[in-house]
Each structure stands twice: as structure tokens, then as C-alpha cells.
Design a protein around this ligand. Structure first.
Ligand code: ING
Ligand code: ZN
Length: 312
């Protein structure tokens, strides 16, 4: 007999375990889950996502979710994995989830910045690394580009530093980095199918809408705010945590080159950044005993947006 140890969703996992978990999802749900490799990191690791949905033979719409674009935000990959488990567990008994699994495919990337994620697992001195691991330009000794400043969305204009040692270094040009290029090419080549684009970060308890640049407002800003506020209310109902909704210049500070803005500029109507717990008490080092409540509330918020996108 085969005895399988249950995957512990309420612990943080190194990349090797997350990769095996992805393969296990395909083995456990071969009719619903596939792994799609869509690029390579700077250090040549395969960037992969789980494509999840019921095969209906019809053309399907899609939902995008990526986690771990910033290396140190460990709660984000934990959430993507929790999200996958939840939808796979609920669709068999929940009629609404079954309907959505028939109409859309979920494209979930648990760890986008794999090189950076591994680096944060190396030792305590590198635990707070944010960027990817590509070397800077020739005249600079530092490593890493901020992947959430590297997308082709008002690239390099606000909320960046061209000092390559900075945590907001946007790279040498839009999508100069293989990780940002992979998302750009995968989503960009099938942008018409995506109803919604969710990119998961920590921390700050925010739901951010496009755009990060103060001079631009999304054409459907009112809709984005309404849906975002609905999501924040859904989050609040689970454990009473407050999430603030808005465009980043209004909520904190302006930024450019984010994947959220890029996705909206590509025509994907519902594009959001989630900043999960907490508000700074533990910050990026969110204790493991908060993984479960954080994931439960964020799932409720994400599902609010996804359901709206599906029903629209
Ligand atoms: N924050 C995001 C970042 O890329 C952001 C999103 C931008 C938040 C601007 C607030 C203002 O900086 C994190 N935590 O990565
Ligand atoms: Zn982040």
C-alpha cells in the first residue's frame, strides 16, 4: 500500500518541496491539472505554472495568479498553494466552483522568482532578498532587478532607482529579465482569454488597483474600486482583518513597471495586487501560525474578484 504524508500547507516550504508538490498535484488530479513550463529564470530553472480546469472541449477563459515575484514574501507562495488546494477540494461539492472550473482555466504560478526564493532560504543574512538574481550592468557590482518594476508599463518613470544596488532597480529595459519576459510572453500571447490578473505580495494588507503611475487612471477605475472593496469586505468577514483598497499613489507611493499595470494596459480588465498580512509587526517574516488565517481570508477576497470576473 502507498502511504502518502499530507502536505503541510501551514508551513513554509523550500523550492524543491514546492516543485514536488506541483508534480504531485498533476498525479492526484490528472484530468484537471497540468504543469506548463513557460520560461527559465536567470539561473536556468524552469518557470512553471499549474493549469487547472475541467476539460469541456470548449474554448475557455482564464484567470491568472502569480505568487513569489518578490523573493522574501514567503506568505505569497504559501497562498498560491493553498488556493490550488482549495479549488481542487471544493469543485466536487460546490456547484459554483464546479461551474467556474468548467468555464475557466486557472493559471497559477506558485513561485515566479525562483532564484530569489532559493536565495532567501540559504541563510539568515539573505532572508530579506527581494529582487531576482541576475548580475547588474558591467559598471555595478550588485545583483538583482526588481521584477515588479521591470514590466513594460511606464517603465523606469516613477518609484524606481537606477542605482543597480537599489531594491527598486528596474533593470536595463522593459522585460530585460527572463522572469518578467516569461510572464509578458505567456500572458501577452493569449491576453484575450484572461478575465482577471492577480499578483500576490506581502506585506501591508492592501488590495491595489491600476495604475501605479499618478498621471494615469484606469478606464474602469470605478469598477476596479468597487470590486476591490467587495474583496476587502469578503476578507474582513473571515477574521476581521482590514485591507485598504486603492491605486498605489493614493495608498502609499507611486510605482511603474509593475505586472499589475502591464496586465491592465494589455486590456485585461480586472487586474489587482494583493498585499497580504501583516501591517509590519513581523513583516516579511510572518510567523507560520498566521499562514492559515491569512490564506483563509485572502482566499475569500480572491474568490470575490474571480467570481465577479466569471459572472460578468
Ligand atoms: N509592494 C509592491 C511593490 O512592488 C506596491 C507594490 C507598490 C505597494 C507601490 C505600494 C506602493 O513595491 C511590495 N510589498 O512588494
Ligand atoms: Zn512584493
Amino acid at each position: 500500500t502507498i502511504e502518502r504524508v499530507q502536505y503541510d500547507h501551514y508551513k513554509y516550504h523550500p523550492l524543491t518541496e514546492i516543485t514536488s508538490w506541483m508534480e504531485q498535484m498533476v498525479k492526484d488530479h490528472p484530468d484537471v491539472v497540468t504543469v506548463v513550463k513557460y520560461g527559465k529564470t536567470y539561473e536556468s530553472r524552469d518557470i512553471s505554472l499549474l493549469k487547472i480546469g475541467l476539460n469541456t472541449g470548449k474554448e475557455k477563459k482564464a484567470i491568472w495568479m502569480d505568487c513569489g515575484i518578490h523573493a522574501r514574501e514567503w506568505i505569497a507562495p504559501a497562498f498560491c498553494q493553498y488556493f490550488v488546494r482549495e479549488i481542487l477540494q471544493t469543485y466536487k461539492t460546490d456547484a459554483k466552483m464546479e461551474e467556474m472550473m468548467k468555464n475557466v482555466d486557472f493559471y497559477v504560478t506558485p513561485v515566479l522568482n525562483m532564484d530569489g526564493y532559493i536565495y532567501t532560504w540559504e541563510n539568515e543574512t539573505t532572508r530579506l532578498w527581494r529582487k531576482n538574481r541576475s548580475p547588474g550592468p558591467e559598471d555595478c557590482a550588485c545583483y538583482g532587478t526588481d521584477l515588479n518594476r521591470n514590466f513594460d508599463a511606464n517603465w523606469g518613470t516613477v518609484g524606481v532607482s537606477f542605482n543597480c544596488c537599489s531594491n527598486t532597480y528596474p533593470g536595463t529595459k522593459p522585460a530585460s529579465e527572463p522572469e518578467a519576459k516569461a510572464v509578458t510572453e505567456f500572458v501577452g500571447s493569449r491576453k484575450d482569454i484572461f478575465l482577471c490578473f492577480l499578483t500576490i505580495h506581502s506585506y501591508g494588507q492592501l488590495i491595489l488597483v491600476p495604475y501605479g503611475h499618478p498621471n494615469y487612471t484606469a478606464p474602469n477605475y470605478d469598477e476596479l474600486m468597487m470590486v476591490g472593496k467587495g474583496a476587502a469586505e469578503a476578507v474582513w468577514k473571515v477574521h476581521g482583518m482590514n485591507y485598504t483598497v486603492g491605486a498605489s499613489p493614493d495608498v502609499l507611493y507611486a510605482n511603474s513597471g509593475s505586472s499589475r499595470d502591464w496586465a491592465r494596459m494589455q486590456g485585461i480588465p480586472l487586474s489587482f495586487t494583493f498585499e497580504l498580512r501583516d501591517n509590519g509587526t513581523y513583516g516579511f517574516k510572518l510567523p507560520e501560525d498566521q499562514i492559515q488565517p491569512t490564506c483563509e481570508e485572502a482566499y475569500s477576497g480572491a474568490l470575490h474578484i474571480i467570481t465577479y470576473a466569471h459572472d460578468k
